[in-house]
Design a protein around this ligand. Structure first.
Ligand code: ADP
Ligand code: MG
Length: 573
């Protein structure tokens, strides 16, 4: 075949592929145009997850009738006029590619009216061409309707996910724009049902409450505006305190100059900042805004502009880490305890407990209760702990106890987790979960995809004591929780479990993970003062478990300082 230049319509479809991958990409481009147009109200409507229809309506500056045709030309933009400006981009768009790309792969109708002008314009595009334009009575602002996306591009259409999955992606996307622009009121409707409605009053926390739930939002710590030493990078936002965490990174969002970005660099910096504040494999909720001089960040490295390149990576990394770390340290209720000069020896962890062991009777463990020295000695077998005498509590975190050979420091949260974990598993295996009905059913807001997963596993969750009911697209009604976790935040607990359920895990493994998670939520927190009798009963219950030395996540429940070690440290020997 001889070489020839492709017909414009084919070239346009190929180029559109870069920008328009799925319904969410269309929403992204249209919402960005609305933001660039200075809108304060943006409504996104979907039919069938955007396959049938996407409509974005705004109250922005509109487009003059005589520029309408131009807006759909490739590389036609009102946002950039010279090559120099490409070095410092302040708008969301700048390539002049979105509208022509969308029009190449769908039927587009645009209605627009400039504020104050007499009448508006209605334009229709078919196959990327303007096939009709007329004067039209419409509201001030712009409304773009995109129908039959990819109908003429079967190669793309077949890669689309289910309408619910595409709607879920769009939900995530719009939520992020809403957080970046708290002054803008966002509405997202899917097949007529509202998925998202933000107040648009300018408060980030209010928007986060809509996206992540009111309780989470209320718990977040403000990161005070923090500048890098040279004053060029500025960081601010909201982050979760050490006690609030998630099993995945879905609660983390970074914005660079108000643009939502994916950045391994920023992710790593955040992780470093939380070092020591979170348990392994837990992640914070964080909504962080970085302002970086426009010429020091390149947004033109990715077709959909989701990745950026920083000129001064080290500075950005450091600024974020310091800002977050400082916030955490200042807010931390638990002083970091450090035992200088002595190295407490962790008891060798017991072999990883398997759920199967729990079906064995545990009376044997209780037999030693209140026993004398002989009983204590018997209890020093494999995986056992000696009977301990509670002395007191340190920092609201550790229980100090005395044993037959020196001093023991018990992590109250880890120990309680172990106790509750075994109880939950036993109740679940005996099919007799103890549940606690909620006086007022709790509404748990979840992305629609997760709500669906939860309902799919309704019976399994009942086996642990959760009673849930459907409640719209993006929420569940929680009527009861496992009794062991009655003090926990029900929404957080359930959303964590749903994420676990979504992962494909084998039965016993999943059972173990779910029980561990419920136990973690129900267990007494670090930082909580305990009365003497509470500590005694916790220690007794811990001694009676099958694997008292480790929490379900494998961390030690206690450290031991032997009498001889203490003697040596004090120079007595
Ligand atoms: P870009 O955003 O990169 O400039 P687009 O193809 O997305 O390119 O849009 C082309 C032009 O159409 C924009 O530069 C802008 O002038 C105009 N435009 C698009 N959408 C809107 C809107 N919602 N309100 C006002 N003007 C718009
Ligand atoms: Mg654009």
């Amino acid at each position: 075949m001889s070489i020839r230049v492709l017909p414009p319509a084919v070239a346009a479809k190929i180029a559109a592929g870069e920008v328009v991958e799925r319904p969410a990409s269309v929403v992204k481009e249209l919402v960005e145009n609305s933001l660039d147009a200075g809108s304060t109200r943006i409504t996104v409507e979907l039919r069938q997850g955007g396959r049938d229809l996407i409509r974005v309506t705004d109250n922005g500056c509109g487009i003059p009738a005589n520029e309408m045709a131009l807006a759909f030309e490739r590389h036609a933009t009102s946002k950039l006029s010279s090559e120099e400006e490409l070095g410092a981009i302040a708008t969301m768009g700048f390539r002049g590619e979105a509208l022509p790309s969308i029009a190449a792969v769908a039927r587009v109708t645009m209605a627009t009216r400039e504020p104050g002008s007499e009448a508006g314009t209605l334009a229709q595009l078919r196959g990327g061409r303007l096939v009709g334009q007329r004067v039209h009575a419409c509201a001030e602002g712009t409304s773009v309707t995109v129908e039959g996306l990819f109908q003429e591009v079967p190669a793309r259409r077949k890669y689309l996910k289910s309408p619910a999955a595409e709607a879920a992606r769009i939900h995530t996307l719009v939520s992020h724009y809403a957080m970046a622009y708290p002054h803008v009121q966002f509405t997202l409707l899917s097949d007529g049902r509202p998925l998202l409605l933000t107040p648009g009053q300018g408060s980030l926390r209010d928007v986060v409450a809509v996206v992540h739930g009111a309780e989470t939002a209320a718990s977040l710590l403000p990161v005070a505006p923090h500048e890098s030493p040279d004053g060029e990078v500025r960081v601010e936002g909201l982050i979760s305190p050490p006690g609030v965490s998630r099993p995945n990174r879905a609660g983390i969002a970074f914005f660079v100059n108000r643009r939502w970005v994916q950045s391994p660099l920023l992710m790593f910096s955040l992780q470093e900042a939380y070092q020591g504040f979170l348990m392994e494999r837990r992640h914070p909720v964080a909504v962080l805004f970085l302002s970086v001089p426009l010429h020091e960040v390149d947004v033109n490295v990715h077709p959909a502009k989701v990745e950026v390149r920083f000129l001064k990576e080290g500075e950005v990394f450091g600024a974020l880490q310091r800002a977050v770390r400082r916030t955490l340290v200042e807010a931390s209720p638990v002083p970091e305890a450090r035992l200088e000069g002595i190295s407490p020896r962790a008891l060798a962890p017991a072999p990883t407990p398997t759920p199967l062991r729990l079906s064995l009777p545990v009376e044997e463990a209780q037999a030693g209760e209140g026993g004398g020295l002989t009983a204590q000695e018997e209890r020093r077998g494999e995986g056992r702990v000696p009977l301990l005498r509670v002395v007191g509590q340190v920092g609201g975190v550790y229980i100090v106890a005395e044993g037959p050979d020196g001093m023991y420091l018990i992590d109250q949260h880890a120990a309680h987790e172990r106790v509750l974990f075994e109880r939950v598993l036993k109740q679940c295996q005996a099919r007799s979960p103890e549940r606690q009905g909620l006086l007022e059913p709790a509404t748990v807001h979840l992305p629609p995809e997760q709500a669906r997963v939860a309902l799919e596993h309704r019976e399994l969750l009942e086996g642990y004591g959760f009673l849930i009911e459907p409640f719209g697209e993006a929420a569940l009604l929680l009527r009861a929780v496992p009794s062991v976790a009655r003090g926990a935040n029900p929404s957080e607990m359930l959303s964590e479990l749903v994420v676990m359920l979504a992962r494909d895990r084998a039965g016993a493994d999943r059972e173990y993970a779910i029980a561990a998670s419920i136990a973690c939520h129900g267990a007494v927190r670090a930082g909580m003062a305990l009365e003497q009798r509470e500590m005694v009963s916790l220690v007794r219950e811990m001694e009676a478990t099958d694997s008292p030395r480790t929490c379900p996540h494998g961390r030690p429940t206690m450290l031991h300082l032997s009498a001889s070690h203490l003697d040596r440290q004090f120079g007595r020997r």
